[in-house]
Design a protein around this ligand. Structure first.
Ligand code: 6GU
Length: 232
């Protein structure tokens, strides 16, 4: 998979070179390139934004600059992802679908966002997903790209040391729509708190049943919205 990121703050994406995604890059499982949007400006001041038509606060990123940048990166395989708090929710299911893509381009907006015609025009040529990572507002799309790229990259075969990890995760394939059960390791007594006895029993069927019931209990308590209406 190839990933291109367009941003006015390229250094903000430096963490992609670290940890799990960094290892995947080193192992040539993915290729990541980060581009400075200002390299696609044509004026002396390298202007990327302008005041909004219709008035109001803030600035809007200019369509022509984004158009030139996307033209330079788009291939017949490209899926364009535009992080925005006004987007559809990013999810594990979407991460799963995007993990088999050949080319993702992330367009990081700042200020009040990108002129809507950029996404509208791109959508005539390629799939375009405007995506939000949650119900809160970030200063720009860069951190959301870090989140989405990590969620996607760890699902690419070979990226995770143990592929079972992705199956067992909260929202993973083992128990879709349930939070992951709690985990424990040595010592058996930590400051008076014991490891649940069932985990020391060696009875694997009983352990699996206990973990599932912990998942359901946790989900009911923390995320009742994930359970079918009959279960909450
Ligand atoms: Cl994807 N971008 C920005 N700027 N804020 C957000 C977001 C994205 N998702 C939630 N808040």
């Amino acid at each position: 998979m190839r990933i291109d990121v367009l941003t006015i703050f390229p250094e903000y994406l430096a963490p992609l070179r670290e940890s799990l995604v960094g290892k995947a890059i080193t192992d040539s499982l993915i290729g990541v390139r980060v581009h400075d949007l200002r390299d696609f400006t044509t004026d002396r001041h390298r202007t990327v934004d302008d005041s909004p038509y219709g008035g109001g606060p803030g600035m809007v990123m200019k369509a022509d600059v984004w158009g030139a940048a996307l033209d330079s990166l788009a291939t017949p395989d490209t899926i364009l992802i535009v992080p925005t708090p006004a987007g559809r929710p990013f999810s594990q299911q979407l991460a799963q679908q995007l993990s088999i893509a050949h080319h993702l381009v992330f367009a990081c907006g700042r200020y009040e966002g990108i002129d809507q015609r950029v996404a509208d025009e791109a959508a005539t040529r390629m799939p375009v997903l405007e995506l939000s990572i949650g119900d809160y507002v970030l200063a720009g799309g860069e951190v959301a790209v870090l989140v989405m790229v990590e969620a996607i990259a760890r699902l690419i075969p070979g990226v995770l040391g143990n592929p079972e990890s992705a199956v067992q995760d909260s929202f993973g394939a083992a128990s879709p729509g349930l939070l992951e059960h709690p985990s424990y390791t040595r010592p058996v007594n930590y400051r008076g708190h014991e490891v649940p006895a069932v985990l020391l029993s060696g009875n694997h069927a009983e352990i699996a049943r206990w973990r599932h019931s912990q998942s359901v209990e946790r989900t009911r308590e923390r995320r009742p919205d994930l359970l079918p209406d009959t279960e909450n």
